[in-house]
Design a protein around this ligand. Structure first.
Ligand code: AP5
Ligand code: MG
Length: 190
């Protein structure tokens, strides 16, 4: 089982590189942001709750997010492994993911930290906001998302270093070069 945590600030390229990883390795992909946006689109109760948090650039409460993740994980049959994109985002989520995988006789194989300077993140997300209209891709909400990332999510770098899974990836520049670095990191840990 190849369980990959793809990690980084908003706009660091988690979704973009996940597509390439799943194509090469044939693993499943869970983007918790995509799951929540689908619920919002379908106007479910969960979607209504999620929208309030997402539009404020805040995280959905851990207990809710962990239940959603567990249900999604259980929906995969005969999986070769999973890319976790946008999860975990808090220490509580990282603890829960480890427990969930351990219960299934698995663990995280590698945690890929995509590192991108803040001015580039802002440029990418403003551009995407104009092109795709994601409601949280506006300057005010992006600033809030970055603050939440620094305060609640970036401590996970140390968490995964302590767990022996952390790999640093320079996420600035050419997509093919970044992907080549990702493949090298995956191969070094699997
Ligand atoms: P989520 O959907 O996960 O958003 P995010 O983390 O803010 O990240 P993005 O999806 O915006 O960026 P990305 O890293 O995937 O980059 P991408 O490849 O798209 O979460 C949204 C919200 O949902 C959260 O704020 C929270 O409210 C909630 N949520 C989600 N998960 C949660 C959790 N676990 N717990 C609690 N709440 C949760 O690339 C960005 C842009 O840059 C694209 O336009 C792309 O084309 C471009 N690009 C990519 N790579 C490059 C490159 N190398 N050079 C130039 N441009 C590039
Ligand atoms: Mg994404």
């Amino acid at each position: 089982m190849l369980n990959i945590v793809i990690f980084g600030a908003p706009g660091s390229g988690k979704g973009t590189q996940s597509e390439r990883i799943l194509e090469k390795y044939g693993v499943n992909h869970i983007s918790t942001g995509d799951v929540l946006r689908a619920e919002i689109k379908a106007e479910t109760e969960l979607g209504k709750t999620a929208k309030g948090f997402i539009d404020q650039g805040q995280l959905i409460p851990d207990s809710l997010m962990i239940d959603i993740l567990a249900a999604k994980l259980d929906s995969f049959v005969g999986s070769k492994g999973v890319i976790f994109d946008g999860f975990p985002r808090t220490i509580a989520q990282a603890d829960a993911l480890k427990a969930m995988l351990n219960e299934r006789g698995q663990d995280v194989t590698v945690m890929l930290e995509l590192d991108v300077p803040e001015d580039e993140l802002m440029t990418r997300l403003i551009k995407r906001g104009i092109e795709s209209g994601r409601t949280d891709d506006n300057e005010e909400t992006i600033k809030k998302r970055l603050k939440v990332y620094h305060e609640q999510t970036s401590p996970l770098k140390e968490w995964y270093k302590n767990d022996g899974k952390h790999c640093y990836i320079n996420g600035l520049g050419d997509l093919d070069r970044i992907f080549a670095d990702i493949v090298a990191a995956i191969e070094s840990k699997k």
